[in-house]
Every structure is written in structure tokens, then in C-alpha cells.
Write a protein that binds this ligand. Sequence first.
Ligand SMILES: [Zn+2]
Ligand SMILES: [Zn+2]
Length: 145
Amino acid sequence: MKNNYKISDTPVKAGDLLLNENPFVYVLSSKEKGLRCDNCLQKSKVLKCSGCQFVHYCGRVCQKEAWSGHKWECANLKRVAPKIIPDAARMLAKIVNRLSRGDGQSYRAYYTKTSFRMWKDLMSRKCYIFVLKKKRKNAVKDRKN
Ligand SMILES: [Zn+2]
Ligand SMILES: [Zn+2]
């Protein structure tokens, strides 16, 4: 999402919108589990994912929208059930998964209309190598299947 904030000498007032950004990844707090949709985060009547029985959706539209990101997590949540994965661990796993799919090199976060940074810019060299190795390992696994 692009930001309309212009850098100028005008002081920033309380309440001014500086940055409006979609999150790279997010997880619903386990305190809200079953009360809110894991995709749109709206409070409503929700139904469990038939695969993992862990995440909840308000309807087919949200389930379908979330599937590309949830597919990998769904299989892994099913594998470790009935253990409950801490929110922070789920968040980290989602970040690593998204980066290993190559999204860290294409997802742009704008801080002005033309200036942006990418996730790969925030990673240390060591972390970046870890993600690349994981990506290669997954590619080999996909070729075998
Ligand atoms: Zn929803
Ligand atoms: Zn699932």
C-alpha cells in the first residue's frame, strides 16, 4: 500500500496519518480464537477450518482468500495437534514461510510515495542465507512430489 505522506517542514499533528500498511503476516491472538475470523479479524460467528480444526473463518470468501497463506500452516497445525502453538511461534513460522516463498524480495513497504523498503532489507546476511537454504530445500521437495 502506498503512503500519501509528504515530507515537508509542516509539523506533524497528533492524529495525522503517517503510515498505512498491510501487515507482511499476522495471526489472530489466541485470546480471540473462535470469536473472530482468522482472515478478516472481524468479530462474528465463525466456523473451524475443516483441515486443521484450529483456525476459524466467517465464511467461504475469507477461507478462500486465506488459503494460499494457510495451506502450508494447515498441514503443519494438523501434524502437531492437539498441541497448541504459541502466537509468537505461529507468527515467526508465517514470516519464514512467506520469505521462503520469495515474498521478501517483492513485497514493498512504502514510507513515502516513491521510497520503499523490502523485507530482505531488514534481514541480516545470516538470516537471508537461512531463508535461501529453506527455499532451495522446498524446491527440491516440490520436484520430488
Ligand atoms: Zn472473515
Ligand atoms: Zn486449516
